[in-house]
Design a protein around this ligand. Sequence first.
Ligand code: PLP
Length: 386
Amino acid sequence: MPGFELIGKEEFAEIKHLFDESKILFRHSFDHLRNNIYKVKEFEKAFAKRMRVPFALGVTSGTSALRIALAALDIKEGDEVITQSFTFVATVEAIIESRAIPVIAEIDKTLNMDPMDLEKKITDKTKAIIVVHMLGVPAKLKEIKKIADKHGISLIEDTAWGCGGFYDDIPLGTYGDIGTYSFDFAKTMTTGEGGMVVFKDSSLYEKAAAWHDHGHENNPKLPRWEDSRSSSGFNYRMNEMQGAVGLAQLKKLDYVVEEQRENADLIKKSLSDLPIEMRYIPDSSYETADALVFLADSNQTARKCRDALLEAGLGTKILPEAITWHFAGTWDHMPELVKRNGEDLTNAFPISLDLLNRSVSLPIAINMVDNFQIKIREALTTALHS
Ligand SMILES: Cc1ncc(COP(=O)(O)O)c(C=O)c1O
């Protein structure tokens, strides 16, 4: 969560440099006026290096990053794209915007995609899987990738919450074919609004780069107004101010994740003897510890925990209070989901419903209140023993 907590002189210095030396806020062109300053390109290069991939594309949001990933994979009307029941609406919106059919897999105790249910949902129309590392915990990537490869299906990682995490020592977002990131204001690193898409394959990158820029191929031999194109696209370009802030935030990413992990560990230790079950973290995971989630024995207990935390001046994050934005079983405003799963959406994903109903998510920040682990423990002890 805390990219915004650290916004300060480094971000300001990048913006000042942009305004003092260039004043060109568009990522392309104006070459003779910009003093060779290209903040978005520099940010993309630095991000690709950090994620150990050859290509990164700066975009306007994590939502557009997903839409671009699907466009790069040539997802078309009638194709099926599988994602998980616990995610933000954006993941499913991107599938719907691509005119594809969203198919929802259940989650398991990782609170991410259940590989077994994923395999059951695959049909000959399935063209892509979007796995989500919800709240910074890596999904079971090894199993999921194996299934994707077995069926010849592309794998996208929605890494909105997982930026800075690893699985098998591989940066999250780079295990599958395409990784998407969000830099909105609640994320581990932020550019206010913004996102990134990363690729290992040059042709996917080139397709995405053109598609996010009205089809512009940015042919170096042609001026932009005469540029070549092979398809139409849209405008999801990141601007230079976002690029400038992103450069400064990226340098803080590892520090943010380390601090979050330390704080999450302190809480975990202090809760170790309470009658709760911690969310399952897959082996070989290095989570970003964006939040710490535990399961209570019932929805009633989960709500009691939230009330006690609020009373103590603490809070929860997404679970249990904001489940309606993050659980596909509540999205009856999406006819595409109702058509496939029936009117009774709430009960269409019973395993997810049970797990999410019982989950409580504790937000982790860098600047926590004094003795936060003791205060959280006291509040939860009261709730769990009342
Ligand atoms: C899992 C997930 N995917 C995608 C997004 C969309 O990101 P953005 O807000 O940058 O559009 C979010 C935002 O919270 C998210 O949680």
